[in-house]
Design a binder for this molecule. Sequence first.
Ligand SMILES: Cc1cc2nc3c(=O)[nH]c(=O)nc-3n(C[C@H](O)[C@H](O)[C@H](O)COP(=O)(O)OP(=O)(O)OC[C@H]3O[C@@H](n4cnc5c(N)ncnc54)[C@H](O)[C@@H]3O)c2cc1C
Length: 762
Amino acid sequence: MSAAAATSAWMLGACGMGVGPLAIYLKGEGCEVSGWDDATGSPMELQLANADIPLLRDPWAAGRAPLVVGRSSAVKPGHPALALATAKGVRQLRRGELLAERVAERRFVAVCGSHGKTTTCGMIVAALASAGADFGYVLGGLFRDPTFPPARASATSPWVVAEVDESDGTIGAFSPDVTVAVNLDWDHPDYYRDEADLEGVFRALFERTRTAVVIPAGNERLERLTAGLRVPVLRVGPDGDYRARPVAGDHATSVLELGGRFPAGQVTLPVAGTFNRANAAMALAVAHLVTGGLAAEPMARWRGIRRRQDVLFEAKGLRVLADYAHHPTEIAALLQWIRETHQGRLVVVFQPHRHTRTRQYATEFRQALAVADYALVLPVYAAGEAAVEGGGSDAVVAGSAHRLVADRREIAPLLDGLSAGQDTVVAFVGAGDIERDAEAYAKLLRRRGADVLSRDLPDLVADRLSAGCVLRPNEPLARRTTLGIGGAARWYAEPATVDDVVALLRAAAELDLRYFVVGRGSNLLVPDDGYDGLVLHLAPEAWGKVEPLGEGRLRVGGGARLKELCGVAAREGLAGFEFLEGIPGTVGGSLRMNAGAMGGWIFDVVESIEWLTPQGRVRAARRDCFDALYRDCPQLHGGVVLSAVLRAAGRDEPAAIRARMDEMAARRRASQPREASAGCVFRNPEGDKAGRLIDASGLKGRAVGPVAVSPVHANFLVNGGDATAADFLALMRDVRAGVRAAAGVELQPEIVVLGREWRELL
Ligand SMILES: Cc1cc2nc3c(=O)[nH]c(=O)nc-3n(C[C@H](O)[C@H](O)[C@H](O)COP(=O)(O)OP(=O)(O)OC[C@H]3O[C@@H](n4cnc5c(N)ncnc54)[C@H](O)[C@@H]3O)c2cc1C
């Protein structure tokens, strides 16, 4: 099966800037697409959600059957997802290879080079869109305007514009119609033997190009590599075939005078700086080549690319920006642009990207950073690489005044000191996760500006909550759990409407306050010191409805108890829900935990789920957009299940259904303890039962204070009185150690601990 004909793809590394847009492009071409990424929290997730692309750990288990797997080069052989794809016998292609197959029959415009590919590609998209052209595109990043998707397919036009990436060799798979080389510098020493090796790959791409190669005028290396091609080489620049000369501008705009192959005249660009103007001129040349003309204001809709000179904060003489620059040439160009357009002090926070590149360019990085008044250098972002000798951040700062900052908590106090008393630009620079530091610092400044620091949750939600919404401080949580253990929540809310939930989560985000949803608290351990955040509870009064929809379907609220669900199902003669009888949770908690019993689990009966994402968006999706894993559904982590539509397996007499439920309840009574518990504490290891292992290890009856291993079911730790979380944890550790010693098995917790990580506690 060739990828070109594939109708279903699973894209690994989908939250990254390479694979995410390609996934969206494939979806636009009509493929069924799902994705996966080990790292979450990327803004690409929003774009994937907008395109209805779910992130699935196992698409086959979710009911899909991908025919091709596309992967980022960062997803290395040996990754569990690739092992799964191999086991399923599915073709695996890297991003570049899959893209090359999809565009093989198209008029493909390949944007390549060392720096500015994404910006130039984005500018081509903007210029073509302004001209009203019909075309597809695949960006290697995100537009700053989130309403503009990073990829689009066209069913009616042969043209596709996309970046091709030289970093992993997949550039060799492309035979473009038009190749645009924005520049070329020595990079990727991890992949290419030497500069000649890299140059050879570019020369071969130029030779495979079918119609024209576009290069910047005066670039000696590219002149050499395009010499003697059989297709025309078109130069862009002040003295190029496409003539573009800067004639005016200020700190935010530039005016280019066009001539040569361009229609004569002037265009205004909403960008400043030499490299931005060069990229824009290249983009205009490509737009002209594709459409034969130019729109009157071809760049009027240009808002920029995320992480390229992003201004995150600006007030009172302080400007904070973030940029993706990660090669010395890019850093030099960026800092030159800042110096050209801003007066005052310049402070750079730099995170080197990859050890191999850091070793290659430590001296050049040090020199580029010297343009700043102060440079703080963070540890290298490894991007999956192992550390190499000479490839650490100490090599960048060696012998200079640049300062190594090993602990990122020092960044804000250092910047506060360095920016005091003078107009300052703080630039966060790098391609790793430094973006988060930039955003955190900007957020801190915004909070200070808005005086949010001195305010608390009720101030921020005062006018935004419905009359029915409960909001209380210092709420004891023990009675909100079946275990009856734990401290208080700093804030506790029972929202009455979706708007309440949204308002509470937004306010929590503004305050940097963590939040957590508690259902019935039947699979939950609350620490003794409680939770320094906001606990949300979807109370059954507002969220507990169970509503028959006809045709064997039920709409259930996120706060509905499974007991209520089973009651309605039995009354309505809907079979297939019996196994849920006796599980003391809510619908929301049971979906998040994929609760199950007697060989079934709740996802067996799910048709669709409506939930609020951690980003505060209400989404609804079908069953095949969720991984139903053993006691887990990753897509619901941090989200709030609002409601679900469930489907019965069939119809039966209510009395027969009730009888089966009664039988389930009797089996539970016989096999489970009556005392307070959180259900099964440990997950069943592959091919075995945690309860059996604990029992066989002689631990039944073991106790710490009032908490004991139940003699009825050894995987239940019961609270016989006024136990503390410390007692419970001590017994958990004891049981784990006992099973480890007796059976050599490391039990993993099934229950959730509020606001903490198990690895800190066990
Ligand atoms: C006696 C007993 C028997 C049990 N038997 C079983 C059994 O047979 N099978 C089984 O699978 N489990 C069993 N459990 C465990 C438990 O009942 C289930 O895991 C249940 O699904 C948890 O639901 P909850 O509402 O209590 O969730 P909670 O314990 O309140 O929360 C569990 C997780 O779900 C999240 N959550 C809660 N509500 C929502 C929401 N609306 N949206 C998003 N996330 C939410 C929480 O943030 C937390 O991460 C048993 C527990 C007890 C005490």
